[in-house]
Design a protein around this ligand. Structure first.
Ligand code: PMT
Length: 399
């Protein structure tokens, strides 16, 4: 692949994996990338600026308040210079600062000032990685379009075993080159409608029935479809994510709202993807006033919601290529294939939501795609990576 003189700004934060950065820079340079290195104060405890200068062939920047460095290339200029900013290793500290928008040194300032793609390669102790604070910060960054590469699994420098190792330099190089290669616009001229997130079924003015869907998978699909050149309608249940730039968002709450919007948009769509976790039932009557406590038990009468994706798949005229998701906790393949057939879908993406760390509200997922009599397993990966693979697989079926 030709990667002539792509400009990579490598931000090194404090972590033992920083020692791998010399190798990372050498491999990037093998692929004709120009690399400039910015180091935090703690990064310098793990690898010297001199080493990084020697391998990159460029002076290392480490201070916001260095008149000589500012005279050579000001920090805003540096932020604009890069085609990609890669923070590797990305410690829990810098991830937290990025999520909070803190700019208290050169690297964090550049990260706020750069208009370009930012990727991070988390590296930390497995317990720190699993901590809710880190997970929530990573979700925030992912929802802002920051690419999160890794971490990998295995033995750690501290002796623990688990998820938290920085990806190896060759893996980071390959992800960098992929990120710098524009996607082939496989869906140029196509319209894709995607449902995402949960629905809320009101019981009274203050209560509702819902589920744990965060919208992450559906939003990642929208981002992937945009990257492949599609015009994207995102019908979103109530979530806290920032929608990808460039898609048209249709905010809905209940399954009935989602159904109405889907039936409006589907006939003008080439592809319809139902990723939303739609409530199968809603309250037969929504109380006008807050329901009062009465005795030790209460009975709710629920009625069936319309099956949105089945109605889209049943369209006689202007039927889009229709893809469902199946969230299963047992006999995943069997139930998913049943839904593929019973709902009249072209493809279904099954996820086993009983597994910890994937499915509802996680940043990662694992899917099996079923269509006709074929299937394809997509192993554990970030929802962004999986979404791109799914959308490419769908695009392949259209032509
Ligand atoms: O949002 P995240 O936190 O990222 O989590 C992602 C996810 C787990 C929600 C997603 O990957 C997923 O599996 N979505 C489908 C969840 C679901 O409701 O599955 P289901 O097996 O109940 O429904 C099967 C299909 O029918 C789905 O495409 C669903 O959108 C659709 N459906 C279901 C009921 C209904 N009344 N109308 C529908 O269109």
């Amino acid at each position: 692949m030709s990667q002539t003189h792509k400009r990579i700004l490598l931000g090194i934060s404090g972590g033992i994996a920083a020692y791998k950065c010399a190798e990372l820079v050498r491999r990037l340079k093998d692929h004709h990338c120009d690399v400039k290195v910015v180091m935090t104060e703690s990064a310098k405890q793990f690898i010297t600026p001199l080493t990084m200068q020697a391998v990159s062939g460029e002076p290392v920047a480490d201070s916001l308040l260095d008149p000589a460095a500012e005279a050579a290339m000001g920090h805003i200029e540096l932020a604009k210079w890069a085609d990609l900013v890669l923070v590797a290793p990305a410690s829990s500290n810098i991830i937290a600062k990025m999520a909070a928008g803190i700019a208290d040194d050169l690297l964090t300032t550049l990260l706020l000032a750069t208009p370009t793609t930012v990727a991070i390669a988390p590296a930390m102790n497995q317990q720190m990685y699993a901590h809710l604070a880190t997970q929530s910060n990573l979700s925030t960054l992912a929802s802002r379009g920051v690419a999160v590469w890794g971490p990998g699994q295995g033995e750690q420098a501290c002796g623990d075993v688990g998820k938290g190792r920085m990806l190896e330099p060759h893996e980071l190089v390959s992800l960098t080159l992929d990120a710098l290669t524009p996607e082939v616009p496989l869906l140029a001229g196509k319209t894709v409608t995607i449902t995402a997130g949960p629905t809320r079924e009101a019981l009274d003015p203050v209560r509702y029935i819902s589920n744990h869907s965060s919208g992450k998978m559906g939003y990642a699909l929208a981002e992937a479809a945009l990257a492949l050149g599609a015009q994207v309608h995102l019908i979103s249940g109530p979530v806290t994510l920032t929608p990808p730039q460039g898609c048209e968002v249709h905010a809905v709450s209940s399954a009935l709202d989602m159904h109405q919007m889907a039936m409006k948009l589907a006939p003008d769509s080439d592809i319809f993807i139902g990723c939303a976790a739609v409530a199968d039932y809603r309250a037969a009557d929504i109380a006008e006033q807050k329901i009062k406590k009465q005795g030790d038990a209460m009975t709710l009468t629920l009625v069936k919601n319309p099956d949105i994706i089945a109605d889209v798949a049943a369209l006689k005229a202007h039927r889009p290529y229709t893809v469902g998701f199946a969230a299963e906790t047992q006999d995943v393949a069997q139930y998913a294939q049943g839904k593929l057939k019973n709902k009249g879908l072209d493809m279904i993406c099954a996820n086993d939501v009983s597994q910890a760390g994937i499915g509802f509200n996680a940043n990662d997922n694992a899917l099996t795609l079923f269509w006709d009599n074929a299937q394809q397993s997509l192993p554990l990966a970030s929802k962004s990576e999986l979404a791109l693979t799914v959308v490419k697989a769908i695009a392949g079926k259209l032509n």
